[in-house]
Write a protein of this length. Structure first.
Length: 78
C-alpha cells in the first residue's frame, strides 16, 4: 500500500470501553473541531465501525500491534 502525501482530518477518540479510536468523517478543520467538542462533552456514544475493522482488531491485539480502529459514524445515546 502506498503512502499518502496529504493529511486527512481526523479526531482521535479515547474511550473507556473501546480504547483508542479515530474518526475521519469530518469535512475540514471546522467540522473536525465541532466533532471533537461534541465528543469532549462526554456521555455515552455509539460508534459504527466496518466489519473488517472489527475483525482485524483481534488480530492486531494478539500480535501486539498498536492501532486505532477507524470510526465510520457515531451517535450520542444519552
Amino acid at each position: 500500500m502506498g503512502r499518502r502525501s496529504w493529511s486527512t482530518p481526523a479526531v482521535e477518540i479515547s474511550t473507556s470501553d473501546c480504547g483508542a479510536l479515530v474518526f475521519t468523517g469530518g469535512s475540514g478543520k471546522d467540522a473536525e473541531n465541532a466533532i471533537a467538542e461534541e465528543l469532549a462533552q462526554g456521555g455515552r456514544f455509539s460508534f459504527e465501525m466496518g466489519q473488517a475493522t472489527r475483525s482485524l482488531s483481534g488480530f492486531f491485539d494478539a500480535a501486539g500491534i498498536s492501532w486505532r480502529p477507524e470510526v465510520l459514524s457515531y451517535q450520542k445515546i444519552d
